[in-house]
Ligand binder design. Sequence first.
Ligand SMILES: Nc1ncnc2c1ncn2[C@@H]1O[C@H](COP(=O)(O)OP(=O)(O)OP(=O)(O)O)[C@@H](O)[C@H]1O
Ligand SMILES: [Mg+2]
Length: 321
Amino acid sequence: MSRQHVDHNDILRFATEKVNLPKDKADEYRAQARRLREKLDGYLAEHDDFSLRKMLLSGSLAKGTALRSLNDIDIACYISGADAPHQVSDLLNYLAERLRKAYPNFSPDQVQPQTYSVTVSFRGTGLDVDVVPILYDGDPDWYGNLVSQDDGSFLRTCIPRHLEFTAKRKKAQEAHFAQVVRLVKFWARIMKAEHDGFRFKSFMIEMILSKLSDQGLDFSYYPEALQHFFTYIARSGLRERIAFADYYPASKIGAFSEPVQIIDPVNEKNNVARLYTTANAKLIVDAALDAGDAIDAALAAPTKQETLHYWRRVFGPSFQV
Ligand SMILES: Nc1ncnc2c1ncn2[C@@H]1O[C@H](COP(=O)(O)OP(=O)(O)OP(=O)(O)O)[C@@H](O)[C@H]1O
Ligand SMILES: [Mg+2]
């Protein structure tokens, strides 16, 4: 195998320059989210019957897996109380109205309900904040019914445990776990742009990589870690159930009928991949086969030009060393 033209360090440099959200940006956006949360805490201190109970940075910015292309800040908002509507469109209007109350400095049009979330837009600097509602019934571990950003259904899940779950994998392979997650997410983004109908949810990618990491795969050499990921997808055809024993025993997992089964590590009844059809899975498997072949070819290519050509099949035309 020739690693002369593109090696681990070249992939790392590409990731740093083109894939990862730079640290100063991540810090800035996290601070923006923190100010919003603190303002709500301030309002709550004076209105203890207010139904917005807590805001929590969720998603890739919270997990340290965000891409440079990040275009909004995900914040989960816990809503409790008997008068909170249980229908999504009403709930979003309700949430928007309460946010306007808690943030009187924002003009009402800066707080807008979208299809499955409420956007808070900042004038001038910063990204928009996407506030996702969670219906909350007082669970001490902060389980609640999250409005799915895919189809608006309610999913019982636990964001703090998701963060803890990922923190554990990040700690097991410091820097490398999160980096490989970002590289695979970047690949999926390129595939989505190139192939009609291609979809591969970030959370699913993260769960598959978590499983491979738990099974002992070493993520520290990126060409190989990526090759293993693609080989796993191709070999399994995405037909192997993926589940974890962090928060419930495997024996509690029931039967699922969907073709792709990636079970939420915090709720054994929630299949994170439930919206993925056989056709969706096939597109992912085909793309993974192609990426695997391309990496093999890249590692064997005699010239730098050819090597770059193959890596660009994985990471798109912006790939350079
Ligand atoms: N089907 C689901 N069931 C339970 N929780 C989910 C589900 N989908 C998303 N989540 C929660 O929402 C968070 C964000 O998921 P998403 O797939 O948008 O990934 P992300 O890490 O924010 O990546 P991206 O950079 O693409 O936004 C997850 O970390 C998880 O806590
Ligand atoms: Mg996100």
